[in-house]
Design a protein around this ligand. Structure first.
Ligand SMILES: [Zn+2]
Length: 460
């Protein structure tokens, strides 16, 4: 593989590739964080999401914007990949921005101008971030965005919208997006912190055809007072076992059942899916059938998010340290054998995965907001096999075994509660170790990942 080309030679190649004259002004412009994104001390970024109902004109303009965003993303991706594969030249954010100027000037591309130019630049910024994550090894190579497969989304930075707070109703505002003439009809289901100018807005359209406005604000969120285990100086902790039988089992034996949404909607989903397969590929009716399925999934997602929101808020309020296992979520729910059960198992799995993913996402940001710590125990920790009373390690157990008795000490265990107790103990061991290594006055981080700690002494 040839080395990377730089200097005058690279500039010449880029000039040809981008089709736009080289300008020194742009050459030094790197993808730096937006000025608006530099946080005030102590401020957390928080996203508030609202449903809105576009007028037909707004809907059309947003549809065009989503299409332009997708096109620019794919074109930027192709440009960066080609430059590297064919010429060994690396093209960065600034150069894709220059190329964008050229694309807009091309005949037949006037529709690109229907979208706000700052929105399109944000797309290139996101692409750049996706490449950075890829180079760091923290995510996969950026993929092309496809209509109906990728989420429709457009991001507006401060110059891309007008925001006038409603003096009558603080925490709500009149919002007008660039390239639009009338404010959006937003349902302000909860008040924003008043007196805020958002850092940025993201408009999305989900697969059920619903429009949402996500408002990113900076907010100083006061940490909750510390909570201690009864009668001690020890922080109060809770171990959470995520599983198949119950979505979550706590170390005190409390269980949160899997949302019974699936059972409730199963028949309807199955009939909709049969419907879909009967429709001709590419037909209008097939599109409609797909939309009905998407609406049902969206509904399931909403109910799940709400349910978990209440649960995680309570857990974070009541505990200082929350302990979970590092799960390769995809592997956890294995499909049952037998062809008849395959499809059901796959569906079950995807719904379970989504619930756990959402649970961890909520715990992560709530711990950061409220000054709590989430400890993620290594996935090789034998939480299920170990007896929480005497720490003897028992044999591997099939998932179907819900209760067992320790052969060493005779303790009777509920499978999941025992695992949650083990997680609690192991999590606290890690937490204490990290806390004791901190300089005085420093608080433990909001997330501790055992897999990222060095010299972790083995569990006693
Ligand atoms: Zn035992």
């Amino acid at each position: 593989m040839a080395d990377r080309i730089s200097g005058e030679e690279a500039r010449r190649i880029k000039r040809d590739l981008l089709g736009v004259g080289d300008r020194t002004k742009h050459r030094s412009r790197a993808a730096s964080p937006l000025k608006g994104l530099v946080r005030r001390p102590g401020a957390q970024q928080r996203v508030y999401r609202y449903r809105f109902y576009p007028t037909p004109e707004q809907a059309t303009q947003l549809q065009q914007t989503f299409g332009a965003c997708r096109w620019v993303y794919n074109e930027g991706l192709a440009l960066r990949e080609q430059a590297w594969e064919r010429h060994r030249v690396s093209v960065g954010f600034a150069e894709t921005c220059r190329a964008l100027t050229g694309w807009k000037r091309m005949p037949g591309r006037a529709w690109l101008k229907e979208a706000s130019s700052t929105v399109l630049q944000q797309v290139l910024r996101h692409l750049d971030a996706a490449f950075s994550r890829f180079f760091k090894g923290s995510s996969k190579r950026p993929q092309r965005k496809r209509k109906h497969r990728s989420k429709d989304s457009a991001t507006y930075v401060r110059t891309g919208f007008r925001w006038v707070e409603d003096p009558e109703r603080p925490g709500t505002a009149s919002v007008t997006l660039a390239k639009q003439t009338v404010p959006l009809d937003v349902r302000w289901s909860r008040a924003l912190p008043p007196g805020q100018l958002p850092v940025k807005l993201t408009v999305t359209r989900d697969r059920a055809g619903r429009f949402f406005l996500s408002v990113l604000v900076e907010e100083v969120i006061a940490p909750l007072p510390e909570v201690f285990a009864s009668g001690g100086r020890e922080p109060k902790a809770v171990g959470l076992d995520l599983g198949l039988a119950a979505l979550v089992t706590l170390d005190d034996g409390e269980k949160l059942a899997h949302p019974r949404l699936f059972g409730k909607y199963e028949k309807r989903l199955a009939s909709l899916q049969r419907d879909l397969h009967r429709k001709e590929r590419g037909s209008k009716n097939r599109g409609k059938a797909r939309e009905r399925i998407a609406r049902l999934y969206a509904k399931i997602g909403d109910v799940r998010r709400d349910l978990l929101d209440r649960f995680t808020t309570r857990l974070v309020r009541e505990n200082q340290v929350l302990v979970v296992e590092d799960l390769a979520i995809g592997n956890l729910m294995r499909a049952g054998t037998g062809t008849g059960r395959r499809r059901k198992a796959a569906l079950n799995r995807s719904i379970g995965d989504a619930a756990w993913g959402e649970l961890l996402r909520q715990l992560t940001y709530k711990c950061a907001w409220y000054g709590r710590t989430l400890v993620v125990v290594d996935r090789f920790f034998p939480s299920t096999r170990r007896c929480s009373a005497c720490h003897a390690k028992g044999p591997r157990q099939d998932v179907s075994i819900r209760a067992w008795t320790c052969a060493e000490c005779g303790a009777a265990h509920d499978r999941d509660t025992n695992a949650a107790v083990n997680l609690h103990d192991e999590g606290m061991r890690i937490y204490r170790m990290v806390a004791s290594a901190l300089p005085p006055g420093r608080v433990p981080p909001s997330v501790i990942r055992a897999s990222e700690l060095e010299d972790l002494a083995p569990a006693a």
